[in-house]
Design a protein around this ligand. Structure first.
Ligand code: HEC
Ligand code: HEC
Length: 345
């Protein structure tokens, strides 16, 4: 009930906002375009400012280093493949010894915009998040001590840590700090939609514009808004109609133990959503069309026609931004005393 109230209030606010754009007709085109962009419920992605390039470079190595896993085979990039939109494009991930993961892997692109991390928000920020998968027996299946021992045994890593962190002891806090610093650079500015927001009227087509109008008018923006087009609140999956799934994940309730939080999930970002199929926490929606139709029906009671669905999908594809340009890091070799991988135990 509370959800529907919040939703209605947000909707009204957004309707009011879109009204503002119409009043501005008398003003010069330039002002109008600016005002239009500013009043939209979605804001362009601000570009990354790198303040500590050495830390980012170290974090990048760690992100790609499979030796942080017990098997020596799984890196962060295995499930957040930066060649594929920062996800694995699987319904649920594959972890140590080919274990089936419990939930869909969200993209790491723009993850610094998430107000909390994980579908259920159990980590407050990227650094806290990064400790999870390394020690998770179903993911990388190492331990924080073992991962640190591996890094400590490799002189190049020791030197790099020392250069950045001085004589602080190389521990998991430094490892996750560096990884988080790298992840903060994984933003995707300059999507066609952002160019349109900034005043380039030709950046999106008439069909895409219709899709955006529907996205706003039918109320998707109540939950998918801001710079991340989502990622700023927990919301119920299944507001109007319940969501049916075999997946046992309970969402936010797993953290708060409150019944009212059952099936509340962090609203995913829709940035680069074209690349991050399949969709939803259980990965059950294979296509963007499926996801849009389910959202319309379950969250808003809308039964979109095929044409309307195609328009919204076309709009969503304008949210694909510049992908991070990465040079694959070359990782320093293991030494004779480096703990060996255990892929089959
Ligand atoms: C075996 C696959 C796998 C590996 C390896 C893995 N992740 Fe993940 N990652 C996931 C899954 C699945 C989730 C969602 C889990 C959840 O919400 O309960 C996730 C969630 C995240 C999130 C939160 C994103 C969001 O929108 O909430 C970030 C950030 C992230 N991982 C970064 C990393 C980093 C950094 C590493 C390496 C240290 C890593 N992951 C290793 C599968 C993986
Ligand atoms: C009441 C809040 C709410 C509204 C309104 C809403 N969404 Fe969502 N959206 C969510 C939540 C929560 C999820 C994650 C659900 C899950 O995974 O179980 C989601 C997931 C999605 C996804 C899948 C993203 C991914 O990476 O898995 C897409 C696409 C999407 N929404 C599009 C839309 C569209 C289009 C509309 C309007 C028709 C809309 N949403 C309306 C809350 C909302």
């Amino acid at each position: 009930m509370i959800h529907s109230l919040v939703l209605t209030k947000n909707l009204r606010t957004f309707r009011k906002l879109s009204g503002v754009a119409c009043v501005l007709v008398g003003l010069t085109t330039a002002t109008m375009v600016m005002a239009q962009g500013k009043d939209e419920p979605i804001q362009p992605i601000t570009p990354v400012k790198v303040t500590n390039a050495a830390k980012v470079a170290l974090g990048k190595k760690l992100f790609f280093d499979p030796r942080l896993s017990k098997s020596g085979f799984i890196s962060c990039n295995s499930c957040h493949n930066l060649s594929m939109g920062g996800s694995d494009n699987l319904p649920t991930s594959i972890g140590d010894r080919w274990q089936q993961g419990p939930i869909n892997s969200p993209t790491v692109l723009n993850s610094s915009l998430n107000f909390v991390q994980f579908w259920d928000g159990r980590a407050k920020d990227l650094q806290e998040q990064a400790g999870g998968p390394i020690a998770n027996p179903k993911e990388m299946a190492s331990s924080h001590d073992l991962a640190v021992d591996v890094l400590n045994s490799i002189p190049q890593y020791r030197e790099e840590f020392a250069k950045i962190y001085g004589n602080k002891k190389l521990d998991i806090a430094l490892v996750t700090d560096a990884i988080a610093e790298f992840e903060k650079t994984l933003k995707t500015p300059n999507s066609r939609f952002d160019k349109w927001l900034k005043g380039d009227k030709k950046a999106i087509t008439a069909q895409e514009k219709k899709g955006y109008a529907l996205f706003k008018d039918s109320g998707c923006v109540a939950c998918h808004n801001g710079e991340g087009v989502g990622a700023s609140s927990f919301q119920k999956m299944g507001v109007i109609e319940p969501y049916k799934t075999q997946n046992p994940a309970m969402g936010r309730a797993e953290v708060t133990k409150e019944d009212a939080d059952r099936f509340n999930f962090k609203v995913p970002t829709l940035r680069n959503v074209e690349l991050t199929y399949p969709y939803f926490h259980d990965g059950a929606a294979k296509t963007l069309e499926d996801a849009v139709m389910v959202m319309g029906r379950l969250q808003l009671g809308q039964n979109y026609t095929a044409e309307e669905t195609a328009q919204i999908v076309a709009f969503l594809k304008t949210l694909t931004g510049d992908q991070p340009k990465l040079i694959l890091p070359i990782l320093p070799p293991s030494q004779n005393n480096t703990p060996r991988p255990k892929p089959f135990e």
